[in-house]
Design a protein around this ligand. Structure first.
Ligand code: ADP
Ligand code: MG
Length: 206
């Protein structure tokens, strides 16, 4: 027997956390809601396999936190397991962004209220920053996930049939519908190949 190299272990374990386009959208949506967003726009290209982008108007990520935002097991949501007793966020394991970085090409553009301009960070497969540049995005965060499962032929193969790919977009629509129902005040849009397919803004009727 041989021990697997660290980057292979990271790739394989990340592909257990991120299993599909809908799981990417779910993780990114949850981060947007945890960031207090009232508006989220989801864009898919080629059923999300070429690119999935989730943009929000939440609190953004401070420049000081950027170097660790996508390093696995770094989180701003809990400090120790005792905090699990009073958890109020979707996320707490610090696993999603890091896992997505292992199975796709990720850029994060973000701006907090305190900062004047947004910064676009290009991340590597371990979640570290490869490069950064100023950007024109307003407040909030936009995460772009390109070439999903480019390095995992087995997962990519799963989406080779048109039926499977269409099913994936339907699952994303169902997921967003579920978020729209539990958060009626949230503005939520979905576009596939630049065509808007869903727009939710549910005002509760009382
Ligand atoms: P978790 O949600 O479990 O903390 P993630 O890997 O999903 O782990 O995210 C890591 C950290 O990056 C979060 O704790 C949060 O501080 C920051 N973050 C990620 N996405 C966003 C976002 N859309 N807006 C603000 N902060 C974010
Ligand atoms: Mg999360």
């Amino acid at each position: 027997m041989k021990q697997l190299p660290a980057d292979t272990v990271r790739l394989l374990s990340s592909s257990q956390v991120v299993t599909s386009v809908v799981s990417v959208v779910k993780e990114l949506m949850e981060n947007s809601l945890d960031a207090g967003a009232s508006s989220v726009d989801v864009k898919l290209e080629n059923f999300g396999l070429d690119r999935t982008e989730v943009r929000d108007n939440g609190c953004g990520i401070k420049a000081a936190d950027a170097p660790v935002m996508a390093v696995r097991h770094f989180t701003s949501k809990i400090s120790s397991h005792e905090d699990l007793e009073c958890l109020e966020t979707y996320g707490f394991r610090g696993e999603a962004l890091g896992s997505i970085c292992a199975v796709a090409e990720v850029t994060v553009t973000t701006k907090t209220e305190e900062e004047d301009v947004s910064t676009q960070y290009t991340l590597d497969s371990s979640g570290g920053i490869v490069s950064q540049r100023p950007s024109h995005l307003g407040g909030g965060t936009s995460v772009s996930v390109a070439k999903l499962f480019g390095k995992l032929p087995v997962r990519r193969q799963f989406f080779s049939s048109v039926r499977k790919r269409k099913e994936e977009v339907r699952k994303v629509q169902d997921l967003l519908m579920a978020f729209a129902i539990i958060k009626p005040e949230l503005r939520l849009t979905l576009a596939h190949n630049k065509v808007r397919t869903c727009c939710f803004k549910m005002i509760p009727k009382f």
